[in-house]
Design a protein around this ligand. Structure first.
Ligand code: FES
Ligand SMILES: [Fe+2]
Length: 389
């Protein structure tokens, strides 16, 4: 049986990962450091899943175009006249130039800067000046512009969050969102107000460490002792299909329980949807979403959108205070994640480390999804190649 779709990865490491027993091993270090493993994720994991790539409020006007990447694949998000958001491969159909290289409002036309081919916001190819010769409007014989529009990418918007599925192989979007919807029942999205987006920059670690760190509650009381007040033993983990996380239920009347003070001491839901969507709900009045963009085996770009959920608009001083609190919390996490990455350079890490059967069962489930996501698609690719041969 193929355990993992890359020959460069030490198969012994994966057999340790698969060992049965009450205390499980984590993923082997190659999963976080190896370029072949990263390549496999780019080919098999990111394109075949729903990936959060942007916030809709950051492209609010028709004509707004936002370039994003999924693995290495350039994608452009475009706000249309009917207010819908479409996604396209960010590549001109003439000579395959990357079409949009920075956030911009393109008006009504996406024009390639190289030879001025122009596309509508719906992706249709409109003009190809001088393509056939000296006549600016003539088309070469047999050339049908309708066949050469921008290649569309599956795109769905849920509230403020824009997801794409590059290879169109993911589960239906409603199915993808279902566990989140279930765990946040009762939240009134009409009352949600954006506080702001915090740019957290590039974190020097693999994207999976950021996910795993968010998923487990074990570290919270140790790492965030000055920024949160959430006793470990009040937490419980959530393992629900492709939704992993944890939660804590506290006495709502406890002092400091409004989530907008200097520390967090509130009932919370920490939820992820595989692979990269991160959602935090801080009852009664706050939520946050992390945008994690994997850039390489040891580099991940992270941003956080902060929202109030009770209809209040924070004044600028309160908003800044809240942003700063979250920057502080993220920095505490980033330091740990970067040290997890550093630790993978040691031969000691070859056994994958150990996972708490109680607090890190959710992490384990996430890691199993990583492995199955790679084997599943690599398996189907092998089958395709075999049938072509
Ligand atoms: S590459 Fe875009 S018009 Fe030539
Ligand atoms: Fe944390």
């Amino acid at each position: 049986m193929t355990i993992i779709p890359t020959t460069q990865v030490d198969q012994d490491s994966f057999s340790r990962f698969h060992q049965s027993g009450p205390v499980k091993r984590g993923l082997p270090p190659e999963a976080y450091t190896d370029s072949a493993f990263w390549q496999s994720e780019k080919e098999n994991l990111f394109p075949n899943n729903w990936m959060l790539v942007g916030f809709a409020h950051e492209m609010s006007r028709p004509g707004d175009a936002l370039p994003v990447t999924v693995g290495d694949t350039p994608v452009v998000l475009v706000r249309n006249k009917d207010n819908s958001i479409k996604a396209f491969h960010n590549v001109c159909r003439h000579r395959c130039l990357k079409l949009v290289d920075k956030p911009i409002n393109v008006g009504r036309i996406l024009k390639c800067p190289y030879h001025a081919w122009a596309y509508g916001l719906d992706g249709q190819l409109r003009t190809t000046p001088y393509f056939a010769g000296k006549d600016p409007k003539a088309a070469p014989a047999g050339f049908n512009p309708e066949e050469h529009g921008l290649k569309e990418v599956s795109c769905e918007v849920y509230h403020d969050w824009i997801f794409v599925n590059v290879n169109d192989n993911a589960q239906p979007f409603a199915e993808f969102m279902a566990p989140l919807v279930k765990h946040i029942q009762g939240m009134d999205f009409d009352k949600v107000k954006l506080v702001g987006v915090v740019d957290l920059g590039i974190v020097n670690c693999n994207w999976k460490f950021l996910m795993e760190n968010f998923i487990e509650p074990y570290h919270v009381q140790f790492v965030h002792s000055s920024t949160t007040d959430q006793p470990l033993t009040d937490h419980y983990t959530i393992v629900d299909g492709h939704c992993q996380g944890s939660a804590i239920d506290l006495d709502e009347s406890a002092e400091g329980g409004d989530g907008s003070g200097d520390t967090l001491a509130v009932s919370s839901r920490y939820l992820t949807l595989f692979p990269t969507f991160v959602f935090g709900r801080y009852i009664p009045d706050q939520m946050g979403v992390h945008l994690n963009i994997p850039l390489g085996p040891d580099k991940t770009l992270q941003r956080r959108a902060i929202y109030m959920t009770d209809g209040t608009e924070l004044d600028s001083e309160s908003a800044e205070k809240l942003k700063q609190l979250w920057i502080d919390v993220h920095k505490e996490d980033h330091e740990m994640c970067e040290r997890l990455q550093e630790g993978r350079k040691s031969s000691v890490a070859s056994d994958g480390g150990l996972l708490s059967p109680h607090w890190e069962n959710s992490v384990r489930n996430f890691q199993e999804l990583v492995v199955s996501s790679l084997t599943e698609f690599s398996g189907s690719k092998e089958k395709q190649e075999a049938s072509v041969a």
